[in-house]
Design a protein around this ligand. Structure first.
Ligand code: OMP
Length: 271
């Protein structure tokens, strides 16, 4: 999917919601456990009920690969059932020496058909560029993450006072363009989102951390929105585990809609 196609979807749905698919056998409703593939049944209902409000889905690969070979099969089936006009993110956080990254890219872009993959920048240019060689596919590079541990490295300053995440933003913009690189910026980072926006005015940001991690949606929009929205805001647990009863998918729909209604107002305010 291209950047302008993504923006068109955002406008059509008045939404920049990414629904995070983090299906955990211990958390899904008990009645699904008698299904042949409980995780698939869970994801199918969640997708069916939230697709009206989502412009992106982000399956987190850990939740599938923890189940072994069967989990990979489930992931492939889940990826296939996501409507084609919705952007897909393989949240795999990969990155390795060039010839290995090339195979990670093949796994998620060719064997499966994800639009994008999350990538860790730590191993540098040759670990990231193999992902950029695929047409209409995206790298979503970790810049300033939502978790407490982001303080350990990402905010360390060099001798000129520049934090590491700023060097990631600066350098990586030479490897690709706003048409094939996005950045992960945590919703919990408040005003710093504005600093990331200054350093990368055109790029889309994937913003996790609203909902269960306490990030604030209007703050994200205030500091992060650009003229083509430039934001995909993710919520996983806050949507998919809104209820653990038989009404779980309807409850997920309600939570997704709540965020979409808020997003519509923010789009009207800032675009
Ligand atoms: P919830 O906190 O349940 O909404 O889930 C957040 C999702 O975003 C999880 O799948 C995390 O792995 C992911 N995530 C973060 O929480 N923080 C980050 O900085 C980056 C990610 C990510 O790359 O998606």
């Amino acid at each position: 999917m291209t950047r302008s196609e993504l923006f068109t979807q955002i406008q059509l749905k008045s939404s920049f919601l990414c629904v995070g698919i983090d299906p955990d056998l211990e958390k899904i409703p008990r009645h699904l456990l008698s299904e042949p593939d409980p995780i698939f049944s869970f994801c199918r209902e969640i997708i069916e009920e939230t697709a009206d409000y989502a412009v992106a889905y982000k399956p987190n690969i850990a939740f599938f690969e923890a189940l072994g070979a069967r989990g990979w099969e489930t992931l492939a089936r889940v990826e296939e059932l996501i409507p084609k006009d919705i952007f897909t993110i393989a949240d795999a956080k990969r990155g390795d020496i060039g010839n290995t990254s090339k195979l990670y890219a093949k796994a998620f872009f060719e064997t499966m058909n994800f639009d994008s993959i999350t990538v860790a920048p730590y191993m540098g240019e040759d670990s990231v560029t193999p992902f950029l060689e695929f047409e209409n596919k995206w790298v979503i590079l970790l810049a300033l993450t939502s978790n407490k541990g982001s303080l350990d490295f990402q905010l360390i300053q060099d001798s000129n006072g520049k934090p590491l995440y700023q060097s990631v933003l600066e350098k990586s913009q030479k490897w690709g363009t706003p048409e094939n690189i996005m950045y992960v910026v945590g919703a919990t980072r408040g005003e710093l989102i504005g600093e990331v926006r200054k350093a990368a005015p055109e790029h889309f940001f994937l913003v996790p951390g609203v909902g269960a991690q306490g990030g604030n949606l209007s703050e994200v929009a205030k500091y992060g929105m650009n003229s083509t929205c430039g934001l995909l805001v993710n919520s996983s647990r806050g949507i998919i585990y809104a209820s653990n009863g038989k009404d779980f998918a309807k409850a997920a729909r309600r939570e997704a809609k709540k965020l979409q209604v808020e997003m519509k107002l923010l789009l009207e305010e800032y675009l």
